[in-house]
Design a protein around this ligand. Structure first.
Ligand SMILES: Cc1cc2nc3c(=O)[nH]c(=O)nc-3n(C[C@H](O)[C@H](O)[C@H](O)COP(=O)(O)OP(=O)(O)OC[C@H]3O[C@@H](n4cnc5c(N)ncnc54)[C@H](O)[C@@H]3O)c2cc1C
Length: 396
C-alpha cells in the first residue's frame, strides 16, 4: 500500500473529475486523480452550454481555441415545417467541442495545476470511514482524507450503495455516428452559425452538431418503441434518410465511424454525498441529452463540491457527512429544472405550443433561453417557477 496520504482522491478524469481536481489543487490541496482509460479517449457529448464558461475561466482554459463557436439551438419539425431558434446572446460564449481533444486539455491542465494523475488504472473500491478513505485500484491502494466519485455513467459509489434511481419517460437509447461533410450549401450554412440542430422525428429526435474541420456528430435518440425488426444501424440510417435536411447535408459525406449505441439513459443518484465522499457529474445523475446539459452539470457539480470541500479541509471538518447538504440542494434545483423541461419535451405539447410559438411571447422565450444556456439559479424566472411547481411524472 502506498504510504502517502492525499487530501483528496478522485476516480475518473472526465470533465467532472478534472474540474474538481484542478480547483482543489489551486486551493493548495494534494490531489490524486485516477483514470481507467488513457487520454485522448473518445467521448460522446460535444455540444456545450454558455454557463460552463465561468468554470472554464476558473480552470484557466481558453475554450475558443480549437472549437467551433455555437450561437444557439435550432428546433425543427420537418413534417409540419415549423421551427424555432433559441439564440445565446448573453455575456458568456459557448462551443461545440471534440471531447477526446478537449477532455485531454482539461486533464493536462489539471497536471499543470499540480494534480498527481494516474492513467490506465481502475478504481475498484472505495472505503470511506469516519477518519479516512481507503481506495483500492486494480494496481494499488491509496489513503486519503476525502474521496470524489467522478466515474461518469459507471457510477462507482451509486452501484456500491445501490442508490441509482432510473428516470422513466425520457429517451430510451441513442445511436450516433460521425461524418466529414462535403463542401455544399447546407454544410456551409451549418458551420457558419455553429448551432446545434434538433430535428423532431416520429420515434424521438435527431441531433446534428457541427465540429471543426467539416466534421459532424449525428445522433438519434429513440423514445418510442420501434417495430423491433430493424437492426440499430438500419434504424439510424432509415431515420436519417427520412429527414430531408439530413439527406441534403450528408450528400457525398464521408463516414468516420460505425453506428455506436448508448443505452440506459436518465437516472438520479439518491446518495450523492456522505461521510468523506461526494459524487459529481454523471456519477451524481444523468439526464437525456436533448438540451445538452451533461457537460455543464459535470463541471458545475465539480465546482460546488471543490469549493465546499476546500472549506471542510481547511477547517479540518471534511469528515462531516452533511458537508455538501447546502450545495447539493442548489444542484438539485438546477437538475430538477432541467429534468422537468426534458419531461415536458417528451410528454407534453411544449414544443408545439410554446417553443414554436415563442416568437409571439418574447418574455417567455427569454426565460426558456436562460434555462437552455444553463442559467438555472436565477431568482426571477417565472417559466422556471412554473416548471418547478407544476406536475411531474417523477416523485421528487
Ligand atoms: C448519447 C449522449 C449524448 C450526449 N450529448 C451531450 C451533449 O451534446 N452535450 C453535453 O453537455 N453532454 C452530452 N452528453 C453527456 C456528457 O457526455 C456527460 O454528461 C459528461 O461527459 C459527464 O462528464 P463526467 O466527467 O461526469 O463523466 P465522463 O465524461 O464519462 O468521465 C468519467 C471518466 O471516468 C473514468 N472512469 C470510469 N470508471 C472508472 C473507475 N472505476 N476508475 C477510474 N476511472 C474511471 C472513465 O474512463 C471516464 O474517463 C451526452 C451523453 C450521451 C450518452
Amino acid at each position: 500500500m502506498e504510504q502517502q496520504k492525499y487530501d483528496v482522491i478522485i476516480a475518473g478524469a472526465g470533465p467532472a473529475g478534472t474540474t474538481a481536481a484542478t480547483l482543489l489543487a489551486q486551493y493548495g490541496h494534494s490531489v490524486l486523480l485516477i483514470e481507467r482509460d488513457q487520454h485522448p479517449r473518445f467521448h460522446i457529448g460535444e455540444s456545450m452550454l454558455p454557463m460552463s464558461e465561468t468554470v472554464m475561466q476558473r480552470l484557466g482554459i481558453d475554450w475558443e481555441t480549437g472549437n467551433l463557436k455555437k450561437s444557439g439551438a435550432d428546433f425543427i419539425d420537418e413534417v409540419s415545417g415549423r421551427h424555432t431558434y433559441f439564440p445565446f446572446q448573453g455575456k458568456y460564449r459557448t462551443f461545440q467541442v471534440e471531447r477526446s481533444v478537449f477532455d485531454k486539455r482539461l486533464f493536462d491542465n489539471a497536471i499543470e495545476n499540480g494534480v498527481i494523475a494516474r492513467q490506465q488504472e481502475q478504481v475498484v473500491n472505495a472505503q470511506c470511514s469516519a477518519s479516512r478513505v481507503s481506495i483500492e485500484t486494480d494496481k494499488a491502494q491509496y489513503q486519503g482524507r476525502y474521496f470524489i466519485d467522478a466515474t461518469g455513467r459507471d457510477t462507482l459509489m451509486g452501484k456500491k450503495l445501490r442508490s441509482i434511481d432510473k428516470i422513466k419517460n425520457l429517451g430510451k437509447f441513442a445511436l450516433y455516428k460521425h461524418y466529414k461533410l462535403a463542401d455544399n450549401n447546407a454544410a456551409n450554412e451549418l458551420f457558419k452559425h455553429g448551432n446545434i440542430k434538433i430535428l423532431l422525428s416520429s420515434i424521438g429526435w435527431i441531433w446534428c452538431i457541427p465540429l471543426t474541420d467539416g466534421r459532424l456528430s449525428v445522433g438519434l435518440v429513440v423514445q418510442k418503441n420501434t417495430s423491433g425488426d430493424l437492426k440499430q444501424a438500419a434504424l439510424f440510417e432509415q431515420s436519417l434518410q427520412a429527414s430531408p435536411y439530413m439527406s441534403e447535408l450528408l450528400i457525398a459525406a464521408q463516414t468516420l465511424s460505425e453506428v455506436q449505441i448508448e443505452a440506459d439513459f436518465s437516472y438520479r443518484n439518491t446518495q450523492r454525498y456522505g461521510q468523506r465522499f461526494a459524487c459529481c457529474g454523471d456519477a451524481a445523475g444523468f439526464l437525456d441529452p436533448v438540451f445538452s446539459s451533461g457537460f455543464f452539470f459535470a463541471v458545475k457539480t465539480a465546482e460546488f463540491i471543490a469549493d465546499q470541500l476546500h472549506k471542510g479541509l481547511a477547517s479540518g471538518k471534511e469528515g462531516d457527512e452533511y458537508l455538501h447538504q447546502q450545495g447539493d440542494a442548489f444542484y438539485q434545483k438546477g437538475f430538477k429544472t432541467m429534468h422537468l423541461l426534458i419531461e415536458r419535451f417528451y410528454c407534453s405539447n411544449i414544443v408545439e405550443n410554446l417553443f414554436f410559438e415563442s416568437d409571439r411571447q418574447l418574455d417567455i422565450k427569454e426565460e426558456i433561453v436562460a434555462l437552455l444556456a444553463g442559467d438555472l439559479w436565477q431568482e426571477h424566472n417565472s417559466f422556471q417557477q412554473g416548471l418547478l411547481t407544476g406536475r411531474s411524472k417523477t416523485d421528487w
